[in-house]
Design a protein around this ligand. Structure first.
Ligand SMILES: Cc1cc2nc3c(=O)[nH]c(=O)nc-3n(C[C@H](O)[C@H](O)[C@H](O)COP(=O)(O)OP(=O)(O)OC[C@H]3O[C@@H](n4cnc5c(N)ncnc54)[C@H](O)[C@@H]3O)c2cc1C
Length: 397
């Protein structure tokens, strides 16, 4: 693993910086920085700029629309987009169902679904979890019964992120109730406008509408929408989760986050000195930075492995655990740094509020972001479950 950038890498870094400076949508500037809630249009405006440039799917093979970048170039890309406070792209199409479709789908399925994921014209959601089937996902009960060339799907999914915007969803359903749990599951692509689908909001601690319940009542899904073989959906499900976990590490964004906390701590006072001069606070920042550096090297090793042809394996659980814990610690430090100014805005300050916010701008979303980030150790498979995976698959216990 070489850590120095070659002249070509440095030229690429410059190209990326210039591209972002010239093309990042003006209306999005500052939004990520201030932690604003983002609309569907916000997510799509950056997505479409990147799709036009051909830079939307760096992780995909070139034949399906990937960029062909080296591991170092991908690393530079994530560093530079974080550095410029670019908003994160929705992962459901690009990082989740897209790789499943180009790996397990038929040529017809690839031709039908991949272009919409790349262009951003089709918004996807993930229908895995159910009430009672989260960590124990294989116990899921949403059932799909064959009726000629259709499945009839009945059940309930929950925590379905951004399903309120979704055009399509990828769902795990039980197609053989008599088989061993993992062997009776299939992976279906379902048009969210199908009759029988109801999406109901769940409002989270920070006041955001991010997650939903999805009810499926006698939803008819063509058999041709099934990816891979009937009852073999667990293979696709596991493959997708490994991809989901690597992306969750968020190293570049956390590096940027530490810079921001430091800026706040230089401005906020502890007595008559900047908070950053407080030995206890400084120590917490230093510990966080050391942990993040260790995580960064682990991610670089994993990227080097990927460029040598090894897909993300169980070690992606490690990236997920450490990355999500660091994200939470960052929001804790931010809330601590803004102190009392964080208190009036447990649910954020935004459109419709008819008073002047008190305190500096960076304080307004500190509390909602803190609450929202509690999710990171739960979603993508809880951190306790990731520890079980590491114990079994990495340590062989
Ligand atoms: C914000 C958010 C967004 C999400 N988005 C989606 C989405 O888009 N699509 C989707 O399908 N799902 C989504 N999820 C669901 C997520 O994957 C589940 O919440 C997660 O897998 C945990 O399942 P659970 O909530 O049912 O908790 P449970 O499985 O009931 O777990 C409860 C607690 O027990 C612990 N626990 C359970 N089993 C074990 C064990 N064997 N050993 C040790 N500890 C254990 C868990 O770690 C957890 O702390 C989202 C969740 C959140 C919070």
């Amino acid at each position: 693993m070489h850590l120095d950038f070659s002249p070509e890498d440095l030229a690429f870094q410059q190209e990326v910086r210039t591209f972002i400076a010239e093309n990042y949508p003006a209306e999005l500037r500052g939004k990520q920085d201030e932690g604003d809630e983002l609309s569907k249009e916000d997510f799509l405006s950056w997505h479409k700029v990147l799709a036009k440039k051909g830079w939307i799917a760096p992780a995909w093979p070139v034949e399906y629309g990937g960029t062909g970048w080296t591991a170092t170039q991908k690393y530079i890309w994530s560093e530079e987009t974080a550095r410029a406070d670019c908003i994160r792209l929705m992962p459901f199409g690009l990082s989740m169902v897209g790789p499943v479709i180009y790996t397990f789908g038929t040529p017809e399925q690839k031709a039908k679904y991949l272009p919409g994921i790349l262009s951003g014209d089709v918004w996807w959601c993930q229908g895995y979890s159910e009430p009672g089937s989260g960590s124990d996902l294989a116990s899921l009960r949403t059932k799909a019964v064959r009726d000629g060339d259709h499945y009839v799907v009945n059940g309930q999914k929950t925590w379905t992120t951004m399903a309120q915007h979704a055009d399509w969803g990828f769902f795990l359903v039980r197609t053989d109730p008599d088989a061993k749990q993992q062997e009776g599951i299939s992976f279906l692509l379902i048009d969210m406008k199908s009759p029988g689908i109801t999406v109901r909001p769940i409002i989270t601690l920070g006041g955001e509408h991010e997650v939903n319940e999805v009810w499926l009542e006698d939803v008819r899904v063509p058999v041709e929408n099934r990816i891979y073989e009937e009852n073999k959906g667990w293979t696709c499900a596991k493959f997708l989760l490994a991809h989901e976990r690597t992306g969750i590490a968020g190293v570049a964004a956390s590096k940027r986050g530490i810079e921001k906390v430091k800026t706040i701590a230089r401005t906020e006072l502890d007595g008559d000195k900047p908070l950053l001069a407080n030995a206890f606070f400084k120590r917490k920042i230093a510990e966080l930075e050391m942990d993040l550096t260790a995580l960064e090297f682990t991610e670089l090793r994993s990227l080097a492995g990927e460029s040598a042809g090894k897909g993300p394996g169980p070690e992606s659980s490690l990236l997920k655990i450490k990355g999500s814990e660091i994200q939470q610690r960052l929001t804790e430090l931010t809330l601590e740094a803004v102190g009392h100014y964080g208190a009036p805005y447990f649910r954020g300050f935004g459109e419709g509020d008819n008073e002047h916010p008190i305190g500096p701008d960076y304080a307004h979303r500190a509390a909602p972001t803190y609450f929202n980030t509690r999710k990171t150790t739960i979603y993508g498979g809880s951190n306790e479950i990731q520890r079980n995976i590491i114990a079994k698959m990495v340590l062989g216990l």
